[in-house]
Write a protein that binds this ligand. Structure first.
Ligand code: NAP
Length: 605
């Protein structure tokens, strides 16, 4: 006979394959919204948290501990759900074509609200019609409807999540897809409120209220340039929620749980705890609250491996003894320490890969929670989230031509400034250009390719870049944007920033698409991009960039580079491009330089 566990494992694998199939179809343009969307969907840990916060612990000594853990878990998950869907929607609203912008905006929200109201009305009418005569509605809902309804709610919401992710295969369908996913979350949460184990709503309401305020504020106010940090914080909250639900279950049954469930529970709390602290460190590094450089010490890997071994041995011991022991809580604390040690030696610039991996771990913790509570929707979404994070981290590594091992243990980007300066001196001189001279060049150009990079994000120059682009278009110049898959510091970073500045997405060209056009371009304007344009990636076998596909800027008729100095970029290596005879450097902050360039261009008219 097939057991619940086997069914759960089948579901986990199938959801993983489905996730792979859907997520490989998401274009690089939408990789950042994908990260934040899977993050929002991973807030399905709410389902487990609600049951823990609302259950009856009157027979459990100090049962209030479980309730409080549930309250914190509900707060964290609600923050993620509200914040995650809001920020994803904010991003997706920016991805529009020139035609969409000209057309009157359809009130999608009103239509969606109307549809939800209609569904709620139909369901209420059916419930009234099927209620046995004389039975109170509350009794009917709790005793007869809830157990069946819950199952159907979860099936519906799983289908909506899958359709939602499928919507991300095109910017046209992405927003409505995310609307479906958000509705899926709504259905799952409303269904869970009828869970037979929930006897009180007091803590659930409190957790929801706090989560909605915090998540809503984060979702509406966080600038697009801070999306990587926000995503990391979200992972940490989701993972904390999964970990606390596991701790609460252990506390409730005092270890007296069957071995299979206890194995899943150990996995849930270990992965949840290390993802919680690892993600906090990632966010702190990106926010520059901690030094961005890799922090290393002698014997680090040996110490980390020893710690991991202790954690794993404790987990096995707990499963074998099935007894209440403080060892469990020590194991959780050690897992948190392991999470810190895992991320501290990695440089801030590698954080996007780390964040994607932590996303994947968070998904696995959610899936493990699903196995502990035998909740299929959590197994499905955990598997989808795990696959998505894993795939994104692999895609980033591939686009950088680096292995995941090199990212996690390589302490990359730590070439000293002295080494870089020495390398630069060996290569010769660079030509400077002023904003006035650049404006004269632009005056005669018929075709321009703008190459944005991390410096555009630092300078927050996206609006100035977009203004320059529209001035060029107005003057009949063929202006395009060349987007490298790992330009910036997260996948699709440049797409989000330019979409925020109202650049229609059909003007954003992927690397393979734009590279053949560089020889025809009168000007390639490099805005704070460095590594992604470095010809050494093709020609110099000893360069750390060797093998990484690049934007072939060097083939343009003239190249103008906007940056502040000759300092290297993320890879810490000098850029051969700057010594090309057709390359000119406009030194300064990218936003200031473009603003000056625009005013010079206007004065030439
Ligand atoms: P980059 O190689 O890091 O170079 C950015 C350049 O921007 C720097 O040389 C810097 O020079 C300049 N800059 C910084 N602030 C500026 C400002 N205010 N105004 C003007 N310029 C400014 O960036 P990239 O070309 O975009 O390449 C991205 C790198 O990140 C790649 O090596 C990629 O592998 C790595 N990476 C990307 C991702 C991802 O998902 N996107 C993930 C992990 C790693 P100055 O200091 O002289 O101004």
């Amino acid at each position: 006979m097939t057991t619940e566990l086997e069914i759960g494992l089948y579901i986990f694998m199938l959801a993983g394959f489905l996730g792979y199939h859907i997520i490989t179809r998401v274009p690089p343009l939408l990789h950042t919204p994908l990260m934040s969307a899977t993050n929002a969907i991973a807030a399905i840990s709410l389902v487990g948290s609600l049951v823990v916060a609302g259950s009856d612990y009157s027979n459990v000594p100090n049962g209030w501990v479980c309730t409080m853990l549930g309250l914190i878990a509900v707060t964290c998950s609600a923050t993620n759900a509200v914040g995650g869907f809001l920020i994803t929607d904010r991003m997706l609203r920016m991805f529009r074509t020139a035609g969409d912008r000209a057309a009157k905006r359809r009130p999608v929200e009103l239509q969606a609200f109307g549809a939800v109201l209609a569904i709620v009305a139909v369901v209420t009418a059916i419930l009234y019609a099927t209620r046995p005569a004389g039975m109170a509605m509350g009794e009917y809902l709790h005793e007869h409807v809830a157990p069946e309804a819950l199952r159907y709610c979860y099936i519906v919401s799983a289908a909506l999540f899958v359709l939602g992710l499928k919507g991300l295969s095109s910017p046209r369908t992405a927003r409505s897809g995310m609307g479906l996913a958000a509705f899926g979350m709504f259905v799952a949460v409303v269904g869970t409120l009828f869970h037979p184990h929930i006897v009180t709503y007091r803590w659930i309401i409190l957790g929801f209220a706090i989560g909605t305020v915090v998540g809503g504020t984060m979702g509406l106010s966080i600038p697009m340039t801070a999306v990587p940090q926000r995503t990391a914080i979200s992972h940490s909250l989701g993972a904390l929620s999964a970990c606390l639900v596991g701790v609460s279950e252990y506390f409730r049954y005092q270890g007296g749980i069957d071995r299979v469930t206890l194995t899943a529970l150990d996995f849930e709390v270990i992965i949840g705890a290390l993802t919680f602290t690892g993600s906090l460190i990632a966010a702190a590094k990106l926010q520059e609250l901690l030094p961005g450089r890799p922090i290393t010490y002698r014997g680090q890997n040996v110490f980390s491996m020893a710690l991991l071994s202790v954690i794993l041995v404790s987990a096995v011991y707990l499963v074998l003894t099935q007894a209440a022991t403080p060892f469990f809580y020590v194991m959780v604390a050690l897992s948190m320490v392991f999470g810190l040690l895992l991320v501290i030696p990695i440089g801030a610039a590698d954080m996007p890969v780390v964040i994607a991996l932590l996303n994947s771990y968070g998904g696995l913790a959610d899936a493990a929670m699903g196995f502990v509570l035998m909740n299929k929707i959590q197994i499905i979404t955990g598997s989808l989230d795990g696959t998505s994070g894993f795939l994104l981290s692999l895609l980033m590594c591939r686009a950088m031509n680096r292995s995941a091992m090199n990212v996690l243990f390589g302490a990359f980007g730590s070439v000293s400034e002295d080494e870089a300066r020495a390398a630069a001196e060996a290569k010769g001189t660079v030509r400077n250009i002023t904003a006035e001279e650049t404006a004269v060049l632009f005056d005669t150009a018929r075709s321009v390719i703008v190459v944005p990079g991390y410096g555009m994000a630092v300078a927050q120059a996206q609006h100035a870049v977009a203004e320059l682009g529209s001035i060029l278009h107005e003057r009949g110049v063929d202006a395009k944007y060349a987007i490298h898959p790992v330009a910036g510091r997260m996948p699709g970073h440049m797409n989000v920033l330019l979409a925020e500045a109202n650049v229609p997405y059909e003007q954003l060209c992927e690397m393979e698409q734009i590279n053949p056009y560089f020889p025809e371009a009168d000007i390639a304007l490099v805005v704070g991009a460095n590594d992604v344009t470095n010809p050494a990636a093709k020609t110099n076998k000893s360069s750390p960039l060797y093998g990484m596909p690049i934007l072939e800027v060097a083939r343009a008729k003239s190249i103008i580079v906007l940056k502040r100095s000759m300092r290297p970029g993320f890879a810490g290596v000098d850029n051969d491009l700057y010594y090309n005879e057709n390359c000119m450097m406009l030194f300064g902050d990218a936003k200031d330089s473009i603003t000056k360039l625009i005013s010079e261009m206007k004065s030439l008219l």
